[in-house]
Design a binder for this molecule. Structure first.
Ligand code: NDP
Length: 593
């Protein structure tokens, strides 16, 4: 029997230990002396002439958002789509994150976009990064998106030219070209950050961020070959989030000595990865299969109608448990309060299971105790892995737990925790990405719309859109991201593919009508925002949670954050709604001129 009261006290004590007044400011931006951390270790930058031409559609970001939108536009007959990407190829997250062990953690069948269109069968239930990157390249090739793409190119400004009804795009490569339409898919987690640990610049050994893995230094490769050059090295990995959980087993196997430096433990549940059987795949891959799988997962996750669970994994199990606890309540007790209490019960049980899993795997009692997560499962990104905890049974792998305080200091020779200096040859920062900083800071540009009005001004009191795609005052511009749409966070690609299809339908309509502009009306946008505010509010980001990027590092995110919500009737209902909206041909709320 779970002692709820005692657990709550423990959760609060663990959170309080970690709260810091500096919130997001505890992290360092990779600029100035630290900018070399951003260098691309994978592809040399090729010289090219600046572009000064015109295209129908320019898309900022060559990750899943740009690829699926580009593909749908090409299918809709828009051939000159130009994708601008700061990396040296398509892939976005999967271009940069090539650390050993990187793999998707929602099932490949629903995570990898356009599987049906490209005819690719994922090799595993959770595919590894090289296969996902290849899928991105496959989409790029199949839809001819390479022909017009600009890699190693960062957008510096996007300016609406009123008289010409088009956008002017300037980049760090000297480009100054125009586009009739623009799309923005820069992703939520694309700017790496470092912890602001005193002395971080003093270290004389080797150091890199996990999203810029230095295989020249470590040996091995992204496919998981042994990093043989680490055999005689002492290595520290700082951070124990989702990235570290995947990389540690590979480092543990390779390093002479590995220090895993922990501030907050992740919850690590069973992964149960397995190869996909081609015969089984053939049997299910009927036309429309991926849409069916996507919709089934979302329904299981986000309260739609699902009489089966096709994916069957830790994510759907999580939702199933919550639902079953709630449906166990007698009808007269299905009040919001009782339902939240039932959700809490299911969470306590799950987390107890995850904590006892640590005891059953990690032999050293003290280490096991320190690896236990004391917070609700959705306070931080839930992790799933079948080799992470096992790594701590290797004599060469040492957990350095900082009791919630983080690394005290970096020195010329290593790092200091609780007054003890650990000398190392290499420090790997698994310290994550900027979240919660202003959009324009992360994107590197601030749209200048009608009358020169900036997007940051239009959104000064919070994001305002129709469907999370259109912003009034910014004609012919489309956002590709989940907020104010389905807001489905467990399988982001579902949001992106739906946005891509919606945008392609709108652009096709504008071209067919001979319209030079398409823009959401002020009234339609206001009505959508009002509708969003009738919902339950933000589901993630409770201040009771241990600090992290889900809850703005425990700081009040301010009143603007109340608009970071989704369709009040849930993700499944949103997808049904948006499919109807775009196929009706009315495009209600948009003005075509
Ligand atoms: P995170 O932001 O999740 O983790 C950063 C880590 O660095 C945390 O453990 C943090 O501790 C630690 N840290 C920060 N400052 C210090 C300090 N001063 N001293 C010691 N430790 C410190 O980054 P990740 O790259 O792991 O993951 C980011 C996100 O990317 C994930 O949440 C997930 O959404 C996505 N991701 C998805 C994957 C997938 O789907 N396959 C795989 C990897 C990442 P603390 O927790 O205390 O802040």
């Amino acid at each position: 029997m779970v002692d709820k009261k005692a657990l709550l006290v423990k959760y609060i004590a663990e959170r309080d230990k970690r709260l810091r007044a500096d919130g997001n400011d505890q992290y360092l931006r990779l600029e100035g002396q630290l900018s070399h951390y951003l260098d691309d270790p994978y592809t040399p930058v090729a010289p090219r002439e600046p572009k000064t031409d015109h295209v129908t559609f320019a898309f900022v970001g060559g990750g899943f958002a740009g690829l699926v939108t580009g593909a749908r536009l090409v299918e809709a007959g828009v051939k000159d789509v130009r994708i601008l990407e700061k990396g040296g190829d398509f892939g976005g997250t999967w271009y940069w994150n090539r650390y050993p062990g990187a793999q998707c953690d929602t099932a490949s069948m629903i995570y990898m976009p356009l599987l049906e269109e490209t005819g690719h069968m994922p090799s595993e239930k959770y595919a590894h990064a090289p296969e996902i990157l290849e899928q991105c390249q496959r989409i790029g090739r199949q839809y001819g998106l390479y022909d017009n793409a600009l890699f190693h190119t960062e957008v510096e400004s996007l300016t609406w030219q009123e008289a010409e009804h088009r956008w002017l795009i300037r980049t760090n490569r000297g480009d100054a070209f125009t586009a009739s339409f623009i799309g923005l898919g820069t992703g939520p987690l694309h700017v790496p950050k470092l912890p602001g640990i005193p002395g971080i610049g003093d270290f004389k050994g080797h150091a890199f961020h996990t999203s810029r893995w230095d295989y020249d230094y470590t040996g091995g490769d992204p496919k998981g070959a042994l990093m043989e050059k680490l055999a005689d090295k002492r290595v520290a990995i700082i951070g124990t989030g989702a990235t570290s959980v995947q990389a540690v087993p590979h480092l543990s196997r390779a390093c002479g000595k590995l220090y895993v430096v922990q501030r907050t433990p992740s919850s690590v549940d069973v992964r149960a990865n397995a190869p996909i059987d081609p015969d089984w795949f053939k049997s299910i891959a009927e036309p429309g299969w991926q849409k069916r799988w996507l919709e089934n997962f979302t329904a299981n996750q986000a309260g739609g109608a699902a009489d089966e669970d096709l994916v069957q994994d830790g994510w759907t199990d999580l939702s199933r448990r919550i639902r079953s606890k709630i449906s166990d309540l007698p009808p007269e007790r299905r009040t919001p309060m009782d339902m939240l209490a039932a959700y809490e019960d299911s969470d306590f049980e799950k987390m107890e299971e995850i904590r006892s899993r640590v005891d059953s795997i990690v032999s050293d009692r003290e280490t096991a105790q320190k690896l236990k997560a004391w917070y609700r499962q959705l306070c931080k990104r839930p992790c799933f892995h079948d080799a992470y905890l096992q790594s701590f049974n290797s004599p060469s792998t040492v957990l350095v737990d900082t009791d919630g305080q983080g690394v005290e200091k970096i020195t010329e020779k290593g790092f200091v925790v609780a007054g003890v200096e650990y000398e190392v040859d290499c420090i790997i920062y698994a310290s994550g990405f900027e979240v919660g900083t202003p959009f324009e800071q992360r994107a590197g540009f601030d749209l200048a719309g009608r009358g020169g009005r900036r997007l940051s001004e239009a959104w000064a009191e919070g994001m305002k859109t129709l469907h999370g795609i259109h912003a009034h005052g910014f004609p012919n511009a489309f956002l590709v991201q989940p907020t104010q749409g389905a807001n489905l966070i467990s399988n982001i690609p579902h949001n992106l593919t739906e946005s891509g299809a919606t945008i392609a339908a709108i652009v096709r309509e504008a071209l067919d009508r001979g319209a030079q502009e398409v823009e959401v009306t002020a009234e339609a946008q206001a009505a959508w925002v009002d509708l969003l505010l009738t919902g339950m509010g933000r589901m993630l980001g409770s201040p009771d949670c241990t600090p992290g990027y889900y809850n703005n590092e425990g700081q009040d995110p301010g009143p603007a954050a109340r608009l970071n919500v989704g369709y009040p009737h849930g993700a499944s209902a949103f997808f049904t709604y948006i499919q109807g909206w775009r196929s009706s041909g009315a495009f209600e709320g948009l003005a075509f001129r």
